[in-house]
Design a protein around this ligand. Structure first.
Ligand code: ADP
Ligand code: MG
Length: 373
């Protein structure tokens, strides 16, 4: 099935600092899908007006402004992925944008306004419940961060840095990651909260509480037929939900020393993500062989989401303030390019014979070991 990433834009309300600075609103939502970005610099011909000629319009699959609720954003973006994951398709949703623009608000939210994580998981378990008569389903979750190009298991922080490996079917696995079997959304949220305490968060000049790491929640749904349905088939749906680190440039965060190194690494991952998006969108097809996913941990992990077998939603975030015009402009350009990617998505079916082959391999391995003793 051919698929393009769905790209949405969320513009948060002006915050107190921006209001105190007297910032004007430069990003305006027009209709359901359009945003107009006004250049706040003065027109040299007419200092009383802004540069109308440098006004830019972008169309996305959906645009949300300060009036949109958490539910509005979820229903128009990620909800459509849920059925697919339960039926054995891969899906990825990621929040992109500079620090302080609302990525964590969209993904995690608050108790009173839960974000994409909880809303998606609630619907996922509801959908699984509805298939209970005909199938056996198991769900597991993992939670990791990519910080300075190393992967840390947020559910088992003492286990050191983790590696990515490609399995025999070409899908990327995180070697040694903790996979917790779970049966409800609340349990996953509790594990997420616990994992978040392990996240690497350090202040920068841009935003005191900005997260300098990419946080990745992985949920795997395995479904096996029962009764009249074929039991030899296992459908595996893998869902990634990603809260990316801030996309601002290292130079804009006035970082030095250790901070600068972090900035460079964050940029390496985000730069690699941008390069992959550019390469994929320019080719207008899924010629992933020319796209260098290996350039960063983030792009290796998201390889399927970008160039291959995944339905993908990207939610870009910006501030509406004139003081953040340049950052907003680059974010919009980046997100806009992602719309042109085309991939083919297929269902992940494992047959019992596949499992048997795996078991025979293990048994002959063990036999070999016994004979060596
Ligand atoms: P990021 O994760 O992109 O660095 P946050 O999600 O932490 O940004 O948002 C920064 C601040 O702005 C937080 O205090 C958050 O509650 C607030 N905020 C972000 N988006 C919205 C929104 N749509 N409505 C209300 N407050 C928001
Ligand atoms: Mg954040």
């Amino acid at each position: 099935m051919a698929s393009s990433p769905q790209v949405a834009l969320r513009i948060r309300p002006l915050n107190d600092t921006e209001l105190e600075e007297g910032a004007a609103v430069t990003a305006h939502k027009v209709g359901d899908q359009m945003v107009v970005l006004m250049d706040p610099s003065e027109d040299p011909e007419d200092p009383l007006r802004t540069h109308r000629s440098r006004e830019k319009t972008f169309i996305f699959d959906a645009v949300f402004d300060q009036h949109a609720s958490q539910e509005d954003v979820y229903l128009a973006t990620t909800q459509q992925l849920v059925e697919g994951v339960v039926s054995g398709y891969n899906a990825t949703v990621f929040a992109y944008g500079p620090s302080g623009t609302g990525k964590t608000h969209t993904m995690l939210g608050m108790d009173t306004e839960p974000g994409i994580y909880l809303q998606t998981l609630s619907d996922l378990f509801q959908a699984i419940e509805e298939t209970r008569d005909s199938t056996d389903c198991s769900v597991s979750m993992s939670y990791l961060e990519i910080y300075n190009e190393v992967i840390r298991d947020l559910l088992s922080p003492s286990s050191g840095f983790l590696d990515l490996r490609e399995d025999s079917r070409g899908s990327i696995q995180i070697a040694g990651i903790t996979e917790v079997a779970t049966s409800n959304a609340q349990e996953i949220m509790q594990l997420l909260t616990k994992g978040n305490r392990q996240r690497t968060q350090e202040p920068t000049a841009t935003n005191k509480t900005s997260s300098r790491s990419h946080a990745v929640l992985q949920v795997i749904v395995r479904r096996r037929g029962r009764g009249a349905h074929p039991a030899e088939e296992v459908r595996v749906g893998r869902l990634f939900m990603v809260d990316l680190a801030g996309s601002e440039r290292a130079s804009q965060t006035q970082n030095q020393g250790k901070r600068m190194k972090e900035g460079a690494h964050i940029n390496r991952s985000l730069l690699a993500l941008g390069n992959c998006i550019n390469a994929l969108s320019e080719k207008g097809g899924s010629r992933a062989q020319y796209v260098n996913f290996r350039d960063s941990k983030l792009t290796r992990l998201l390889k399927d989401a970008l160039g291959g077998n995944s339905r993908t939603v990207m939610i870009a975030h910006i501030s509406p303030a004139s003081t953040h015009f340049e950052e907003s402009r680059t974010t919009l350009l980046y997100a806009y390019r992602a719309k042109n990617i085309k991939t083919r998505v297929k269902r992940n079916l494992l047959s019992v014979s596949y499992h048997i082959t795996q078991y025979t391999d293990v048994i002959s391995d063990l036999r070999g070991q016994i004979q060596c003793l």
